[in-house]
Unconditional design. Structure first.
Length: 260
């Protein structure tokens, strides 16, 4: 893989990317490396992390840590290990997430509800809590928090209430944190993709998948899934100095599905 510079120079930056071992997170890591950054991949899967490090092939610029973002102690420890390995964190990408069960709201168990909220929303909060204070203590001008939310957080998806609620909460977290940091040089934004054909769908029974694809794509005027590299390109711009006056914003990437 070529690591030639890409638009949106990120040389000198260190990005922590949660859920970074596959899908959108891995695509963002690849794009950041091409743009000159170093990356710390945080993921719950040790085997996927090993595969990701091998695929990225950027020795000395990639750290991989097994982290459960639901666990405060693990997140705080990972923050310290990333700082020690690759220096001050200038970019945090909260990407770790799960879809949860595809069932009616009243059929969602309390355990499933809590798990989705803990990973998708509380996990992002814990990562911000661990890393934003050290961002405030450094002089690097381009310091960024980028939350990977979902169009489901804007519209609500039937049979995905926990997921939709968690992503709506992530949008609100983005706006609140952005206001708190607006004069501190740390910009906070979120991206709301429509569905990408990634491992997040792995738990959906095959007999439901074809129907779900039809429903999802029927909502997208461009008629296709978003590509992970398209989301990564947006995340690269948000991390760069080219993004200088946007904070608390929700950046849509849905092929025309969402117009607000």
């Amino acid at each position: 893989m070529s690591l030639a510079a890409a638009p949106g120079d990120l040389h000198g930056h260190h990005a922590v990317i949660t859920g970074g071992a596959q899908g959108i997170g891995l695509a963002i890591a690849r794009r950041y490396l091409r743009s000159g950054a170093s990356v710390s991949l945080w993921d719950v899967s040790a085997s996927k992390l090993d595969e990701a490090v091998n695929a990225l092939a950027a020795p000395g610029r990639v750290q991989a840590l097994v982290v459960d973002v639901r666990d405060e102690a693990q997140v705080m420890q990972a923050a310290q290990r990333s700082l020690a390995a690759l220096g001050a964190v200038t970019v945090l990408v909260n990407n770790a997430g799960v879809l949860g069960p595809t069932v009616n709201t009243w059929e969602t168990t309390p355990a499933d509800w809590r798990n989705v909220l803990e990973i998708n929303l509380t996990g992002a909060y814990l990562c911000c809590r661990a890393l934003v204070p050290q961002m405030l203590g450094i002089a690097t001008p381009a310091r960024r928090v980028i939350n990977i939310a979902s169009v489901a957080g804007k519209e609500g998806n039937a049979m995905n209430a926990a997921y939709s609620a968690s992503k709506a909460g992530l949008i609100a977290l983005t706006k609140s944190l952005a206001k708190e940091l607006a004069t501190a040089g740390v910009l906070v934004n979120c991206i709301t993709p429509s569905a990408a054909d990634t491992a997040v769908f792995a738990g959906i029974p095959p007999e439901h998948r074809e129907q779900l694809d039809k429903i999802l794509l029927a909502r997208v005027p461009m008629g296709r899934f978003v590509e992970v590299d398209e989301v990564a390109a947006m995340a690269a711009w948000l991390a760069s100095a080219d993004c200088s006056f946007s904070t608390g914003a929700v950046f849509d990437i849905t092929g025309g599905r969402s117009v607000y």
